[in-house]
Design a protein around this ligand. Structure first.
Ligand code: BTN
Length: 304
């Protein structure tokens, strides 16, 4: 991680190759300072100024760091989170070269996409962490719907357009049993690029805004719209207004009422009919023998 940060600083000419070799001479506070300097004026289309024009939030995205190219915005967000950076800080990169997806998979993040990470520090019981993924899915789906597309959510938070994935979320957390230190929510929206910018094995089952819409979508206003939607649902999340979020999630769901196959973390496979989600965001499955099972996390596939 530290090495990743130093490479980033070198690539933006913030430190020399020589200094980078003397890793010990650079302390973490200095690195953090440098990273903050990176946030302005180095990108080609996404800028803090242009996002801010349409931002209606109180705190979400009021601190934005925009990069041209990084390994992973989640990695930088985690680094900053461990150094005290405040809630609502948003990191965006026009390209990611080593982005991560759920279940340890790689995530392809070419030019034209919206790749961002949100740093959150909610003062809520850690038991409620799981719901942040559903909350984020709701904000993304609502944002994409404003473009006139019929966005649906596949549990827990993939956003689909007519069955093809257009957005995914990777949530990373640092918490004890009693307290959350930070949550980093990483969001990828496949926006202004054609499917052929992705490798062949991920094209199937994926779509992009370019494939769905007649013209390009303005990334800056899309990001602002998302942050506006997100702050609204995130405030409900912090206030414990779980039922309101779940009601929204259910109305956007592409999963409830389907027959599915779920590979749970740990490898167990469950097959059955999706009855609904509970107040923790877990999926409730009715198995063939009529018994119910609660699934906290896993990879879901619809059975035709
Ligand atoms: C998924 O597998 O569906 C989750 C994809 C999450 C990708 C985003 S892009 C911004 C952030 N940085 C990362 O390295 N991953 C997330």
């Amino acid at each position: 991680m530290r090495k990743e940060m130093i490479k980033l600083l070198v690539s933006h000419d913030l430190i020399s190759e020589e200094d980078a070799k003397k890793l010990d001479s650079i302390n973490d506070e200095k690195i953090e300072e440098y990273i903050k300097d990176l946030g302005f004026g180095k990108t080609e289309h996404i800028t803090k100024e242009n996002i801010t024009e349409n931002l209606e939030t109180e705190y979400m995205g009021r601190e934005i760091l925009c990069f041209r190219k990084v390994f992973s915005t989640n990695s930088i967000a985690k680094f900053l989170a461990n150094h005290g950076t405040k809630e609502g800080t948003v990191l965006i990169s026009e390209i990611q070269t080593n982005a991560r997806g759920r279940s340890g998979k790689k995530w392809e993040a070419p030019e034209g996409g919206v790749w961002m990470s949100l740093l959150l520090r909610p003062h809520i019981p850690p038991a409620r962490i799981g719901l942040i993924t559903l909350t984020t899915g709701v904000a993304i789906a609502k944002t994409i719907k404003t473009l006139g597309l019929d966005a649906k959510i596949k549990w827990p938070n993939d956003v689909l357009i007519h069955g093809d994935k257009i957005s995914g979320v990777l949530t990373e957390v640092n918490a004890t049993l009693n307290e959350i230190d930070w949550i980093v929510v990483g969001i990828g929206i496949d926006s202004n690029f054609k499917l052929d910018a992705l490798s062949e094995d991920v094209r199937n089952g994926t779509t992009t805004l370019t494939e769905e819409l007649p013209s390009d979508t303005d990334a800056n206003s899309l990001i602002a719209k998302f942050l506006n939607e997100f702050e609204e649902v995130y405030d409900l999340y912090k206030e414990g207004e779980v039922e309101t979020i779940l009601t929204d999630w259910r109305s956007l769901s592409d999963t409830i009422g389907k027959y599915v196959n779920i590979t749970q973390t740990g490898g167990k496979i469950t097959q059955g009919y999706v009855v609904g989600i509970n107040h923790e965001g877990s999926l409730i499955i009715e198995r063939q023998d009529g018994t119910l099972e609660k699934i906290i996390s896993g990879e879901l596939r619809t059975v035709e």
